[in-house]
Design a protein around this ligand. Sequence first.
Ligand SMILES: Cc1cc2nc3c(=O)[nH]c(=O)nc-3n(C[C@H](O)[C@H](O)[C@H](O)COP(=O)(O)O)c2cc1C
Length: 205
Amino acid sequence: MLSFVPQEMKDPAPYHLLTSIVAPRPIAWVSTISASGISNLAPYSFFNAVAGFPPTIMFSVAYRRHEPKEKDTLRNIQEIDQFVCHVVDETLAQAMAQTGSEFPYGVSEFEMANLKAIPSVDVRPLGIEGSPVAMECKVTQTVRVEGTNNVMVLGRVLRFHVREDLYRQDVGLVDTVRMQPITRLGGPVEYTKIGERFEMATPKV
Ligand SMILES: Cc1cc2nc3c(=O)[nH]c(=O)nc-3n(C[C@H](O)[C@H](O)[C@H](O)COP(=O)(O)O)c2cc1C
């Protein structure tokens, strides 16, 4: 086995190694809004579910190396503590990538990526028309991740929106394979599509 010690590696080598190991990662396509009503969209793959009830998710925002250090998403949630988290399917992949570009604060990525914004029900940030699943969320915590350059944002899901053909009524699940989410692998350009579903029960002891 090769062995690597992060402290002995040059930044960003540990990031590359880590993101290719903790993979594939789902992508949170996060919509926020400023107090003055300017919308923002950005993808985050340091993203996961952290609690089932009430359903709670997290994503982690890094500070930029250059000014302004604070990403627009973080700035917005400090003004309006809400966000909408979308799933990126194969049809939306290119648009999602465009919204990962560092547009200046005040520029709406909805316009830059030609996405239609739709009003949400319980929160102020807008939804993305055509996204297969959206989760309207209220921020419950922002956690400065000790010793790092990241802030973890935790949010409680107030409302799920699921495209009708994706909902498996009998089991209360989304048909994830049919949804065709794209997920992220290592480094800045690698992604993957979903594979095959198989079933396996946890043995009872
Ligand atoms: C697929 C993808 C995943 C990303 N994941 C993260 C992430 O987890 N954390 C992060 O800070 N930036 C991540 N980025 C970069 C941000 O999306 C990028 O910095 C964006 O410009 C931030 O936008 P904002 O300033 O409008 O919030 C990712 C980019 C892409 C394309």
